[in-house]
Write a protein that binds this ligand. Structure first.
Ligand code: DGI
Ligand code: FE
Ligand code: FE
Length: 191
C-alpha cells in the first residue's frame, strides 16, 4: 500500500486529533529513519497505520485476541488491544502483508524484547511527535536524536512510571522489553 492511500484511509477512520497525532508520528518517524538509515517507505507506512484500531470496539478486539491465542491481553487495560489487534485488522481489512510493517504496528504500545530498529523508530516517534507535551518530552527528543536505544529505555521508563502513578497493572511484555533494552544499553558501555 502507498502512503497516500493509507493517509486517506486514516483521515477517514480517526477523529481529527488522532489523525493530527498520526501525521506527527509519520513526520517524526521519517526523520528518525533518515537519521538512522532505516527504510523510509516501511517506516512511514507503519507510522501512518499504527493507531488504525485505536477507537475500535474493545469487545470486537477481544474476540480477535482470543482467536489469535492472545488471551493474556484480556487481563490488562483495553488500551493495549489496539496495537496487536490493530496489526491484525490492518492485515485483514487493508491487505497490508509486509511483516515488517505489521510487526511495528503490533508492538508499538508495549515494545517487544529484541525489537528491530524500525520497531524502535515507531515506538519512540509515537512518544515524541510534535503534539506530545508532557514534562520531559523535550529531553527525550534530544536523546532520540543521539541514541535510539536509549530513547526506547526512556520511553518505557516513562510509561512504567505513569502506570505505577495510576496504580495500573503493567503488561509483562512492557517490563520484559525494559529489561532487554537496559541490557542492550549496558552492552554498549564498559561497566
Ligand atoms: O495510542 P497512543 O495513545 O498514541 O499511545 P500508545 O499506543 O503508547 O498507548 C498508550 C496507552 O497504553 C496508555 O493509556 C497507557 C497504555 N499502556 C501502555 N503500556 C501499558 C499500558 N497499559 C497497561 N495496563 N500496561 C502496559 O504495560
Ligand atoms: Fe497507539
Ligand atoms: Fe499513537
Amino acid at each position: 500500500m502507498q502512503l497516500e492511500e493509507a493517509r486517506r484511509i486514516i483521515e477517514g477512520t480517526l477523529p481529527t486529533k488522532r489523525y493530527v497525532h498520526t501525521l506527527g508520528v509519520v513526520e517524526t518517524a521519517r526523520h528518525l529513519a533518515e537519521l538512522y538509515g532505516e527504510p523510509i517507505d516501511q517506516v512511514v507506512l507503519a507510522a501512518m497505520l499504527h493507531d488504525y484500531a485505536k477507537y475500535r470496539d474493545s469487545g470486537e478486539m477481544k474476540k480477535i485476541a482470543i482467536e489469535l491465542g492472545k488471551r493474556e491481553l484480556l487481563d490488562y487495560d483495553d488500551e493495549l488491544l489496539h496495537a496487536p489487534i490493530g496489526a491484525e485488522l490492518v492485515k485483514r481489512e487493508l491487505h497490508v502483508a509486509d511483516p515488517v510493517v505489521l510487526r511495528a504496528i503490533a508492538n508499538h504500545t508495549t515494545g517487544e524484547p529484541g525489537m528491530s530498529r524500525i520497531d524502535q523508530i515507531i515506538f519512540v516517534a509515537d512518544a515524541i511527535e510534535p503534539n506530545r507535551t508532557y514534562p520531559g518530552v523535550e529531553q527525550l527528543r534530544e536523546v532520540a536524536n543521539k541514541d535510539l536505544t536509549h530513547a526506547v529505555v526512556r520511553t518505557l521508563a516513562h510509561t512504567i512510571r505513569y502506570l505505577i502513578g495510576k496504580e495500573e497493572r503493567i503488561f509483562p511484555l512492557t517490563i520484559e522489553t525494559y529489561n532487554d533494552f537496559i541490557f542492550q544499553l549496558r552492552k554498549g558501555t564498559v561497566i
